[in-house]
Design a binder for this molecule. Structure first.
Ligand SMILES: [Zn+2]
Ligand SMILES: [Zn+2]
Ligand SMILES: [Zn+2]
Length: 115
């Protein structure tokens, strides 16, 4: 099997030759940073693991905007809202979720003082 040509490590200040993008030491370091900044900085951190699955199940069970429904309007839901926001201790429990259309969702967040 032909070996890949060696290239210098892409880590700033490191010129060690490697087959990959980074040398062994820096590959580990970059992976650590990746976990810290990329993997945990996304939706998973905000709403917890499995949120997408919970959201989809809730949306399937509540296909109409619950706020419009109270006013007798039948509007397809577009977004799942947390009644108690996750960053204030709200959970992904169905009892804490609400199906909303986009305009109701915006109204609720404006009323809550969120941007
Ligand atoms: Zn390196
Ligand atoms: Zn609505
Ligand atoms: Zn919301």
């Amino acid at each position: 099997m032909p070996r890949k040509p060696l290239k210098p490590c892409r880590y700033p200040g490191c010129n060690k030759l490697t087959e990959g993008t980074y040398c062994e030491v820096h590959a580990k370091e970059v992976a650590k940073d990746y976990n810290k900044y990329t993997r945990h900085g996304d939706h998973n951190k905000k709403y917890g693991r499995g949120w997408r699955r919970i959201r989809n199940a809730y949306a399937t069970a509540h296909p109409l905007c619950e706020r419009c429904l109270k006013e007798g309007k039948l509007t397809p839901m577009e977004e799942v809202h947390h009644i108690l926001p996750v960053n204030r201790g709200g959970s992904n429990d169905w009892s804490n979720l609400m199906s909303l259309c986009h305009s109701c969702h915006e109204k609720i967040h404006k009323a809550l003082g969120d941007r």
